[in-house]
Ligand binder design. Structure first.
Ligand SMILES: Cc1ncc(COP(=O)(O)O)c(C=O)c1O
Length: 267
């Protein structure tokens, strides 16, 4: 049912095989119970990461629409922007990236190295913004400017987290469910990082269908639980509508005890 609903959406294959589900023996020994890691850091595009699965659906839609430029936004060192710029280069599309410096650093390594350097190599057109305080309209303004130049932009939201992008994590849920069956595992919970919310919305909706007893718990990376909850709930609702599947009654589960001001620095 879920797989059939998902199959209606075109997908650009960027990751052709399942990512590994690995036992973490030392952490398992430390915690006294088996802990497995779904290695989405090993996806194939531009050093890997979780945004690839969302881009498979987003870029398929952009190509079907005849777009010639992907427009997105994020922090200077955003992994999402790095992977969007990479897929644009791979597909022969332009990429316009609105970048903010959310930690107000002058560190040249942050300003010019790492993902920011890769954006240069991928040929992205970078536009610095003071703050991404209204990203929906900032992205639309950038897209309108491109339309006036005769280009055909396609906006990809921050983190790739629209309902369409979150389809990638419905697919990941199906993939993980098959791996759990194969290894005959019955986990107590699925724990994941929750930022722009697409990963959690997709996995939560998938496991609501596939293993209703299995909690999907998001650990917030940039917001309090109270701020993150409506974001995940709204996206999950939009995703359920897009797929035509039942919306879970229970609210999404979140923990914010590990969220700090500098992206992971403890409170
Ligand atoms: C390393 C990492 N994993 C996972 C996530 C969560 O993904 P999403 O943006 O879909 O909530 C983030 C987002 O900030 C992240 O940085």
């Amino acid at each position: 049912m879920l797989a059939t609903a998902l199959a209606r959406f075109p997908r650009l294959t960027l990751q052709s095989s399942a990512t590994p589900l690995e036992l973490l023996p030392r952490l398992s020994a430390e915690l006294g119970r088996p802990v497995y890691c779904k290695r989405d850091d090993t996806t194939s595009l531009a050093l890997g990461g979780n945004k690839v699965r969302k881009l498979e659906y987003l870029v398929a839609a952009a190509l079907a629409d005849g777009a010639d430029t992907l427009v997105t936004a994020g922090a200077i060192q955003s992994n999402h922007v790095r992977q969007t710029a990479a897929v644009a280069a791979q597909q022969g599309l332009g990429c316009v990236a609105l970048l903010e410096n959310p930690i107000a650093t002058a560190d040249p390594g942050y300003l010019h190295g790492g993902n920011r350097l890769l954006l240069e190599l991928f040929g992205a057109e970078v536009s610095a913004v003071a703050a991404l305080d209204d990203p929906v309209s900032q992205l639309e303004t950038a897209a309108e400017r491109l339309r006036q130049q005769g280009r055909k932009p396609w906006v990809i939201p921050i983190g790739g987290s629209s309902a369409l992008g979150a389809l990638g994590y419905v697919r990941a849920g199906l993939e993980l469910d098959a791996q759990l069956h194969e290894l005959q595992l019955q986990p107590a919970a699925v724990i994941l990082a929750s930022g722009s919310a697409g990963t959690q919305a997709g996995l939560d909706l998938a496991f609501h269908q596939l293993r209703p007893e299995l909690p999907v718990i998001g650990v917030t990376v940039s917001r309090t639980e109270a701020e993150q909850l409506p974001k995940v709930a709204l996206l999950r609702q939009q995703l359920a509508g897009l797929l035509g599947v039942a919306l879970p009654e229970d609210p999404p589960q979140l923990r914010d005890g590990y969220f700090g001001p500098c992206y992971g620095e403890p409170n």
